[in-house]
Design a protein around this ligand. Sequence first.
Ligand code: HEC
Length: 150
Amino acid sequence: MVLLSHLKRRIGAAVLAFGALLGAPAIAVAGDAQAGERSFARQCTACHVIRDDSGSIIMGTGARTGPNLFGLASRPAATADGFAYGPSMQQLAGRAVGWDENAFVSFVTAPSAFLQQRLGDRRASSRMAYLVRNPADAADIWAYLSRFSN
Ligand code: HEC
């Protein structure tokens, strides 16, 4: 199934590229939020929740190993209320780095490498003991997550 949806996405990308060749109007090629919702449910809810400001859970079972990911697109990195980030993430918070698709995909596909690059510190590391293998999958998750913003 995973292979199949991957293949479908590849074909979708090829069709878009072909459309571009024919001079079709540019379509914003963003991730697929529905696929992202499934990936999020499968890969992220063991540690994260999406909980809105009124306290209602939008996704997940209330896991607290990682920060609440509600409003990610509208708040700087490492600023979820009440979460004890690791030292490198705390340093990042001091730099007011915003999450956008690029930063998000870089982070979730290689959390420590992202911090090392952003902080210019080869010893920086993330406490997130997980990574997304496929960047297209990460872009889908961003399409889903970025909906929940203030
Ligand atoms: C094994 C637990 C675990 C899993 C699974 C996990 N994370 Fe995390 N995540 C963490 C922890 C812990 C942190 C905080 C890292 C730190 O402080 O160094 C974090 C931080 C984050 C941040 C930074 C949030 C902020 O407040 O700036 C994002 C974005 C994120 N995770 C996304 C994801 C996504 C998307 C998935 C699923 C593909 C995922 N994580 C899966 C544990 C996890």
